[in-house]
Design a protein around this ligand. Structure first.
Ligand code: PMP
Length: 432
């Protein structure tokens, strides 16, 4: 579906005053074609665009909205708190409450520090790891995204044990030189780099369930190897739970794999739709932060009461009733996965749907679903673009990029899922 006249008009205005009309690149629809829809309002699992058309939304602001759009508890908490002041730049009860909720839910988080985005949390956690270990190098995995801090916008160098090269203009190669990029799920490659350079490595950072280049679910042994090797070489294991934290279960990917990272990073769900990131770990590590320790990090709006209240209302709701929310998300995710698989099969397509709880990814290629970025077939992006447009025509809004996942929320109903599956059947027929 092309954008309606009001979206088009807004986009024209936007393009005059903001690069590509957007404040975050993937929103521009560049990889699926057409022009972006402008959201006018949203509630539960749906949004209305500027032209008054309704869509079922599987982007959910890229993950935070696990309760759905404008959940009444969250809106009430934000309004009530905002009426008392938007930000103080001084301690407030709301930040203590959210910190208690987070640390009570996750055993290896004895302390947290709140910031305002996932990027900021990653940047700060890496600085902390470097400060604690007195080392500079960091290992990341290709296909994992950890925000846009300079030293993590890095692609693999030419050889396995070489240091990375910048993947964005404006990143000095001297910064990228501190980052080693390795393929996921390559035990041998990881072992040999650690054997050679283990004593230089400050941190190994990974998304426990990599969800930024498709959904590249790793075998548990690979994560266990990272844990074991980090401990052996005195490097810190940083688990980026910006997507997975409180999304795939109260203990995120660490809980799923029963692995304790040295530092963990949060964002998205813990802010319930407000700008919140956090990083945390054991007391001894976190006490290295200023003003207790030598590692500096600060923020004007960090821990502001409105954002904290949104996070607390979200987690409070999610963690009530002994995990019922996660059972519901699992059931909805399962129904969705099975329905799409049946639609693929009906269309004679041997494609797959990768899923971890309420996170799903359409892997539009034959054969086993990829576990590494390098295994994603390039032609899948074209297929996705056509499917994306055909679904949009039928009122279903997926992320405008083949590499992005779908998020099911607690606001989605069985009817929403079934309606979406029916749209998949039609869309696949239309693009055949
Ligand atoms: N880490 C991961 C795993 C992410 O998915 C993201 C954002 N999608 C980030 C870090 C960066 O978070 P933010 O966009 O809030 O800076």
């Amino acid at each position: 579906m092309s954008a309606g006249p009001k979206s088009k008009e807004l986009f024209e205005r936007a393009c005059r005053v903001m690069p590509a009309g957007v404040n975050s690149p993937v929103r521009a629809f560049a990889s699926v074609g057409g022009e972006p829809l402008f959201y006018a309002s949203a509630s539960g699992a749906r949004f209305t665009d500027a032209d008054g058309r309704d869509f079922i939304d599987y982007v959910g602001s890229w993950g935070p909205l696990i309760l759905g759009h404008a959940h009444p508890d969250v809106v009430e908490a934000v309004s009530r708190t905002a009426a008392k002041g938007l930000t103080y730049g001084a301690p407030c009860a709301e930040e203590v409450e959210l910190a208690e909720l987070v640390t009570n839910a996750v055993p290896h988080l004895e302390m947290v520090r709140f910031v305002s985005s996932g990027t900021e949390a990653v940047m700060s956690a890496v600085r902390l790891a470097r400060g604690i270990t007195g080392r500079d190098a960091v290992i990341k995995f290709s296909g994992c995204y950890h925000g846009h801090a300079d030293h993590l916008l890095v692609s693999a160098g030419s050889g396995l044990a070489t240091f990375g090269t910048p993947s964005s203009a404006g990143v000095p190669s001297s910064f990228a030189a501190h980052t080693i990029v390795l393929p996921l799920n390559d035990e041998q490659g990881f072992r040999s780099v650690m054997a050679e350079r283990g004593q230089d490595i400050a941190a190994v950072i990974i998304e426990g369930v990599p969800a930024n280049a498709g959904l590249l679910i790793q075998p548990p042994e690979f994560l266990r190897l990272l844990r074991e090797q980090c401990s052996h070489h005195g490097a810190m294991l940083i688990m980026d739970e910006v997507i997975t934290g409180f999304r795939i279960g109260p203990e995120g990917a660490a809980g799923l794999y029963d692995i304790e990272p040295d530092l963990a990073i949060y964002g998205k769900v813990i802010g319930g739709g407000m700008p919140v990131g956090a990083y945390g770990g054991r007391r001894a590590a976190m006490e290295q932060l200023a003003p207790l320790g030598p590692v500096y990090q600060a923020g004007t709006l960090s821990g502001n009461p409105v954002a904290m209240a949104a996070g607390a209302a979200t987690l409070g709701n999610l963690l009530a009733d002994n995990g019922a929310a996660y059972q519901r998300l699992e059931a909805l995710g399962d129904r969705f996965q099975k329905g799409i698989l049946a639609a693929f099969a009906g269309a004679g397509l041997a494609w797959s749907v990768v899923r971890q709880g309420s996170i799903l990814w359409l892997s539009l290629q034959e054969g086993e679903a990829p576990r590494t970025y390098e295994c994603i077939a390039p032609e899948a992006a074209d297929r996705y673009a056509r499917l994306h447009t055909a679904l949009l025509d039928r009122g279903i809004y997926l992320a405008p990029s083949a590499y992005e996942v779908m998020f099911v929320s607690l606001a989605h109903t069985e009817d929403d899922i079934d309606q979406t599956i029916a749209a998949f059947h039609e869309a696949l027929g239309a693009i055949a």
